[in-house]
Design a binder for this molecule. Structure first.
Ligand SMILES: Nc1ncnc2c1ncn2[C@@H]1O[C@H](COP(=O)(O)OP(=O)(O)OP(=O)(O)O)[C@@H](O)[C@H]1O
Length: 257
């Protein structure tokens, strides 16, 4: 695995037409920590994720993973550098089984292309066997081994989310960006997810979680950044964020308003 590195965004500004979505945002996400990115609806959390992964090109600012500048690189190239993400809405391939979906997440590492992971081509056979073994190991680690041959649609939302996370981590990413992983989950599923996220954290991984479930955020995160109307308003430990007057005002409303 490549060396652990900090993912840093400096002075990011993003606008669509005249609509400013991110204004001069500078923050970093460190290896060995789980960092939460929170803020009210429309604060710019997903847009910032999209800037980090390359789906959006900010008009200003730089993004770096360790010494490597990312802002000029296409999303696929950033994925090859070790950025993996899950989406706000479950985005599993409905025609592939659970294990095939997870194997697909490993395709970026293969030398013979993703098709050979599924087709019986001699060149791809060893890679396919390796991908399957790794996918089985990841599924077992997340308590999903029993669902390996199921189709995604037959599984409850919480299990589908966990499969998405399995697909994101199967390629051994340096950065894991999770966009609202608890959305649509019940209390028991959220608890399972909370434990799984804590177990995934490790010294080499930059893990970032966008989430509205504050209990999960406070329990899982080492550090939290707070966005409001596209601006960074606070950064700190869960205890510091809980006590930050600006954050309290944004979340609870100003009694004088
Ligand atoms: N492709 C786009 N075109 C135009 N406006 C966009 C686009 N993507 C995001 N926005 C706008 O950017 C703002 C921030 O949206 P974003 O989805 O990043 O917020 P968020 O903090 O993730 O919100 P939520 O918690 O509701 O998911 C919103 O006003 C949204 O309408």
């Amino acid at each position: 695995m490549a060396e652990a590195a900090t993912l840093a965004a400096e002075r990011i500004s993003l606008a669509f037409g005249g609509h400013r979505v991110l204004s001069d945002v500078s923050l970093d996400f460190r290896a060995g920590q789980v960092t939460g990115l929170i803020g009210p609806n429309g604060a710019g959390k997903t847009s910032l994720f999209n800037c980090l992964t390359g789906l959006y090109r900010p008009q200003e600012g730089t993004i770096a993973l360790g010494d490597m500048r990312l802002e000029g690189l296409a999303p696929a190239r950033r994925a090859r550098e070790g950025l993996a993400r899950s989406f706000q809405h479950v985005a599993l391939c409905p025609d592939l089984s659970v294990i095939e979906n997870v194997m697909f997440g490993r395709a970026r590492l293969g030398r013979s292309g993703w098709a050979s992971a599924f087709l019986p081509l001699p060149r791809g056979r060893a890679e396919a066997a390796d991908a399957r073994a790794t996918a089985e190991r990841i599924l077992a680690r997340l308590g999903l081994a029993a669902f390996a041959d199921d189709m995604p649609a037959s599984l409850p939302p919480g299990t589908q989310r966990m499969v998405e996370i399995a697909r994101a981590i199967v390629a051994d990413p340096r950065v894991l960006l999770l966009d609202e992983p608890a959305a649509g989950l019940n209390a028991a599923e959220t608890r399972h997810l909370t434990e799984a996220l804590r177990a995934l954290a490790g010294p080499d991984l930059v893990m970032v979680v966008v989430e509205h479930d504050m209990d999960l955020i406070m329990e899982v995160c080492d550090r939290i950044h707070v966005l409001n109307f596209g601006r960074l308003i606070a950064s700190g430990t869960p205890a510091e964020i809980r006590a930050d007057p600006e954050v309290v005002r944004v979340y609870l409303g100003d009694p004088d308003d």
